[in-house]
Design a protein around this ligand. Structure first.
Ligand code: HEC
Length: 161
C-alpha cells in the first residue's frame, strides 16, 4: 500500500481571523491599562502604601523636644542618604538609584500623608533600610514631625482625612 494524502492532509483554509484580532485586543487592553495606571499614579511604579496605613494620624504633636530627639536619630541614621537638611543630598546619596527623597520639596511633601511617611520609614524599600525593627513607634512618628519641618509650609493643607 502506498497511499499519499497530499490534498486531504493540507491544513484547512483559514476561515476566520479570530486569533490576530484577539491578540490585537490584548495589546490594546494592555496599553489602555498602562495609560490608566500612570494617570492614577502620578509616579508610576513608585512605592505603594496600603490605604489603611495612609490614614494613620500622627499621635504626637510637634514640640522642640520631640524635634530635637528626632534630629539626633535623623543625623545618625538618615542624613547620610537624605542630607542634613533633608534635601536628599547626603554624602551617600549619589550612589543610590532611586535617589533618596528630598523632604524640602513642597510639591512632593504635600502629596503624602503622615501615615504614608510613617509606613515608609517603618518598612523601608531598597536601598532604604527597614526601621521598624530599629526604632520605636514614637521615634518613627517623631521623625515624621521632623521631616515635615524640613519642607516650607505649603499654601494649602496636605491631604489629610
Ligand atoms: C541608604 C540610604 C537611605 C537611608 C539610610 C534612609 N533612606 Fe529614606 N529613602 C531612601 C531612598 C533611596 C528613598 C526613595 C525610595 C523610592 O522612592 O523608591 C527613600 C525614601 C524615604 C521616604 C519616602 C518619601 C516619599 O515622599 O515617598 C521617607 C519618609 C524616608 N525615606 C525617610 C527616612 C528616614 C526617616 C530615615 C532614617 C531613619 C531614612 N529615610 C534613611 C534612602 C535612604
Amino acid at each position: 500500500m502506498c497511499e499519499h494524502f497530499p490534498a486531504t492532509m493540507a491544513p484547512p483554509p483559514k476561515k476566520n481571523r479570530a486569533l490576530p484580532k484577539f491578540l490585537f485586543a490584548i495589546v490594546l487592553a494592555t496599553a489602555a491599562a498602562l495609560i490608566l495606571y500612570s494617570a492614577i499614579h502620578t509616579t508610576p511604579w513608585s512605592w505603594p502604601v496600603p490605604e489603611e496605613a495612609k490614614q494613620l494620624k500622627n499621635p504626637l504633636q510637634p514640640s522642640p523636644s520631640a524635634l530635637n530627639s528626632a534630629k539626633k536619630i535623623y543625623l545618625d541614621k538618615c542624613a547620610n542618604c537624605h542630607g542634613d537638611t533633608g534635601k536628599g543630598d547626603g554624602r551617600d546619596a549619589a550612589r543610590y538609584d532611586p535617589q533618596p527623597a528630598n523632604f524640602t520639596d513642597p510639591r512632593r511633601m504635600s502629596g503624602v500623608t503622615d501615615g504614608e511617611l510613617f509606613y515608609k520609614i517603618s518598612e523601608g524599600k531598597k536601598p532604604m533600610p527597614v526601621f521598624k525593627t530599629k526604632l520605636s513607634e514614637d521615634d518613627r512618628w517623631r521623625l515624621v514631625l521632623l521631616i515635615r519641618s524640613f519642607a516650607p509650609r505649603p499654601s494649602t493643607q496636605p491631604p489629610q482625612r
